[in-house]
Design a protein around this ligand. Structure first.
Ligand code: FPP
Length: 261
């Protein structure tokens, strides 16, 4: 794949990009960003230094994914379990998120990215909600990549929310048609995009951690020992190349025809 301005010619990134098959990119990429704390500890730095550096990775992966032409990127930024962390760490994460949105909104906009927060957003503090709302409305008419940031997110809670939404609609409309998979999928937070083709988890942990439980039924999983703050454009390209080597069978014997899911 060729792309002007993506990486200086002769660089590792340019060489990796050349090996990527443009016709077989993941449409939706999901990422469990893990290892910020360990990155910091390995450098004898406070954990928050890992989160701060992690923001640089977020910026690079968001922009690279948009340049590659992915339809959707979903980042797991804060799980419902993360409230158990020390208050100061939670506060820092929220501050970093707000700062990222404020500083990057212009660039997000210039890349034609549509920003969307998913999760139980109503439970976040007001200043965070205001910033999220602002970023969502400012980018609402962008037509490029959808950037979903999962905050106060849990895959099980998402399914519960989908059921409640559905039950509410049914009560209102008196509809009693049987529930099927498509109907449930239409009520999830990510109903506007196809399921992730590729799920990346950094820092080597072999867990799903309650992320996109419904949507990852057939996702290819790529786990790398690289800590999130070290995960940059080169690592993204390596993950996509590995994905392109996989034989996706969806439970059948051979890969479905091009464009099939
Ligand atoms: C995992 O590292 C990372 C997180 C819990 C937070 C990820 C959040 C950011 C990078 C910042 C905000 C996000 C956006 C989208 C701007 P860890 O602390 O669990 O690392 P450890 O497992 O090594 O302790």
């Amino acid at each position: 794949m060729e792309m002007e301005g993506f990486a200086p010619s002769g660089s590792t990134e340019a060489e990796l990009l050349q090996r990527i098959d443009e016709g077989r990119l993941p449409r939706h990429l999901a990422v469990i960003m893990d290892g910020n704390g360990r990155w910091a500890e390995s450098r004898r730095l406070p954990r928050v230094a890992g989160h701060r550096e992690g923001i640089e990775s977020v910026r690079e992966i968001v922009e690279s994914s948009a340049l590659l032409g992915l339809e959707a990127l979903t980042l797991y930024a804060f799980s419902v379990e993360n409230w158990k962390r020390p208050r100061s760490e939670v506060r820092t994460l929220m501050t970093l998120l707000k700062r990222y949105l404020r500083r990057e909104l212009d660039r997000i906009h210039r890349h034609n990215i549509r920003f969307l927060a998913i999760g139980r957003i109503g439970e976040l503090e007001e200043s965070v909600r205001t910033e999220l709302q602002h970023a969502m409305s400012a980018t609402a008419s962008n037509t490029g990549m959808r950037l979903y940031v999962a905050l106060n997110y849990s895959g099980r809670a998402e399914i519960v929310d989908a059921f409640n939404l559905l039950l509410g609609e049914r009560k209102k409309n008196g509809d009693a048609a049987p529930v099927d998979e498509e109907l449930i999928a239409r009520h999830l937070y990510t109903s506007a995009v196809p399921d992730p083709d590729l799920l990346i988890r950094t820092s080597g942990e072999m867990r799903i951690s309650n992320f996109l439980l419904w949507q990852i039924a057939y996702s290819e999983i790529y786990i790398t020992p690289t800590y999130w703050p070290d995960f940059r454009r080169r690592h993204l390209l390596e993950a996509i190349l590995e994905f392109q080597k996989r034989d996706r069978r969806y439970g059948g014997l051979q890969a479905p025809c091009e464009g099939g899911r």
